[in-house]
Design a binder for this molecule. Structure first.
Ligand code: B12
Ligand code: SF4
Ligand code: SF4
Length: 241
C-alpha cells in the first residue's frame, strides 16, 4: 500500500531519466483517455499515469558508458530501466508500461506525448514544434509512460511563461535554411522536402533548434543530435515512399 508521497525515482534520475511527473487518470482530458484505452485491458484498475522523460545529456552518456547494446538504444534502455524500477516497487499486476511500445503493431496506436507534457507543464510549443521550457530549452523528450495503481501526490503545473513569448529576436526562425518557420509555425512539408535534398544541412540536425539560446548548456552532444535526426530522417524517407 502506497501512502501519498511524491514520486521520486532516484535510480531513474541517476541514469538520465531525470524528468518524472504524476497525473491522476481521472483528471486526464477525454482525448488522452481515449488514446489510453486501446493500450491496456486494465484501465479501470489503474489510478495514475507516471510520465518519465530525459533532460540534457546524461541519458545518452549513461547509455554509451554502459555495455548496453541495442539497435534502438534510447527506447530499449528507457524501457528496461523503467521496468526494473517499477518491478522493485510494485507488484506486476499494478503497473504497465504503455510507452515505448514493445511491438510494431502497438506502435501504431500512440499517445500524444506533448499533450501530456503540456498538462504537467513541461511543454510549450516552439516555432520548430519541439516542446520548450525554461529549464531544459528544447533539449528534453518523453521516454516512458507508465500506468499504475498508486496514490502519489500529483504534480502541479507551475509552469512559467513560455521562453518563446519573451524571445524578441527569435534566432531559430532565421537559422532555418528552408525558411520553414517564417509563416504561422513550422511548415513541416517545407522542412521535410528540404531535409530530403542531397545537399541538405539538416539530415542529421535541426539548425533552428540549435540556434535557440535557451538552456544552451543542456544541448545534446552532436552524436546524440545526429542519432535522433537520422532516425526521423529514416521515418521521413519511409512515409513518403
Ligand atoms: C509522428 C512524429 C513525428 C513525425 C511528424 C509527422 C507529422 N506529420 O506529424 C516526424 C517523423 C516528422 C517527427 C520528427 C521529429 N520528432 Co517527432 N514525433 C512524432 C510522434 C511519434 C507522434 C506525434 C503525433 O502524431 N501525436 C499524436 C497527435 C494526435 O498529436 P497532434 O496534436 O497531431 O500533434 C502534436 C505533436 O505531434 C506536435 N507536432 C505536430 N507536427 C509536428 C512535427 C514535428 C516535427 C514535431 C517535433 C512535432 C509535431 O504538435 C502537436 C502538439 O501536441 C511523437 C511522439 C508521440 N507519441 O507523441 C514524436 C515527438 C513529437 N517527436 C519528437 C522529436 C524530438 C522529433 C524530432 C525533433 C527528433 C527526431 N526524433 O528526429 C524530429 C523533428 C525533426 C524535423 N524537423 O523533421 C518529440 C518531441 C519532444 C519535445 N521536447 O517536445 C516527441 C514528443 C517524441 C518523444 N519521445 O519525446 N516526429
Ligand atoms: S529562439 Fe526564441 S522563439 Fe526560437 S525556440 Fe528559442 S526561445 Fe523560442
Ligand atoms: S530541420 Fe532544418 S529545415 Fe527543418 S525546421 Fe529545422 S532547420 Fe528548418
Amino acid at each position: 500500500v502506497h501512502k501519498p508521497y511524491s514520486f521520486e525515482a532516484k535510480e531513474l534520475s541517476l541514469v538520465g531519466l531525470n524528468l518524472q511527473a504524476v497525473i491522476n487518470l481521472k483528471d486526464l482530458p477525454q482525448e488522452i483517455f481515449n488514446q489510453l484505452s486501446p493500450l491496456t485491458d486494465k484501465l479501470t484498475h489503474y489510478t495514475q499515469l507516471i510520465l518519465i522523460g530525459h533532460g540534457g545529456q546524461l541519458l545518452w552518456k549513461k547509455i554509451n558508458s554502459s555495455s548496453f547494446d541495442s539497435n534502438n538504444p534510447i527506447d530499449d534502455y528507457s524501457r528496461l530501466q523503467t521496468e526494473m524500477f517499477f518491478s522493485r516497487h510494485f507488484s506486476t499486476d499494478d503497473f504497465e508500461i504503455i510507452f515505448p511500445a514493445l511491438t510494431s503493431s502497438e506502435k501504431q496506436k500512440s499517445i500524444g506525448l506533448q499533450k501530456l507534457g503540456e498538462i504537467i507543464g513541461w511543454h510549450n510549443e516552439s516555432p520548430f514544434r519541439v516542446g520548450i521550457n525554461q529549464e531544459w530549452g528544447s533539449w528534453f523528450a518523453y521516454r516512458a509512460v507508465v500506468l499504475a495503481k498508486s496514490d502519489y501526490l500529483v504534480n502541479q503545473n507551475d509552469q512559467a511563461l513560455s521562453p518563446c513569448s519573451q524571445c524578441e529576436t527569435k534566432p531559430c526562425i532565421q537559422a532555418c535554411p528552408a525558411n520553414a518557420l517564417v509563416g504561422d509555425g513550422l511548415d513541416l512539408d517545407q522542412c521535410i522536402s528540404y531535409r530530403k535534398k542531397a545537399d541538405s544541412k539538416c539530415k542529421g540536425r535541426c539548425l533552428a533548434r540549435m540556434a535557440c539560446p535557451v538552456a544552451k548548456e543542456h544541448q545534446y552532444e552532436i552524436d546524440q543530435i545526429q542519432y535522433h535526426y537520422s532516425l526521423s530522417m529514416r521515418m521521413i524517407e519511409n512515409i513518403e515512399r
